[in-house]
Ligand binder design. Sequence first.
Ligand code: PLP
Length: 255
Amino acid sequence: MLGHITKGIMTDLRPQQLIASYEAVKTEVMRYATEVGNNHVSLLPVSKLKPADDVQILYDHGVRSFGENYVQELVQKASILPQDIQWHFIGGLQTNKCKDLAKVPNLFAVETVDSLKKAKKLNEARAKYNPDAAKIKCNIQINTSGESQKSGLLAEDDILETVNFFLSADATHVELAGLMTIGSWEVSHAASEENRDFAVLAQRKKDLDAKFGLDLKLSMGMSSDFKQAINQGTSQVRIGTDIFGARPTKSDASA
Ligand SMILES: *Cc1c(COP(=O)(O)O)cnc(C)c1O
């Protein structure tokens, strides 16, 4: 009996707790952005490996954008949650999964485009399966740390070639929105004010903006390093843990 009541109370506390931590993170992001004079930061809650109920709670609170890392999970959540959610795919992108992603009508952004081939695949699949949906907003993922295990484009030529595709008449169903990076763990946990990886991304933006007459957005900064990212001019921070709490491991979640 008591166990039953306790469980009921805990279940009821989730909305309150989740909304409180979302509001706390949002307040801190906005407060810090104001402090350092960055007036264009948005907060993307990252709901990967968290239940659809959590997303629904924040949706009911007025949040409309969410980030997901796994194609299968995004597809599934999109199918059961409200259709006006703007889904951002922020996980490692595989060529053979571009089709499944592009099929989701309310897939808003793919932030991890790391090859020309994948940019073309997304475009092709959107044109084929969802021709009337909005163009997919794409970020080119840049490997700013140079670590071999990190995804993202590194070579100048590859970056230019991909930008050129997005700016060409061939890109009918995708559009270039900005650049994205994941900072290296060491750099993001170092005491220094300036994050070297974020500085590399900001410089890339500057160069590409000048070369092509663009105003690319920057997606950088997570729970552990969002302040550095805001300080270094990011347009969006992607925050999971600080909002939703610790995640189960991928294998626990898919089991
Ligand atoms: C998981 C993830 C996040 C959120 O990370 P937290 O540390 O939980 O805030 C942000 N960006 C990407 C690319 C991620 O994979």
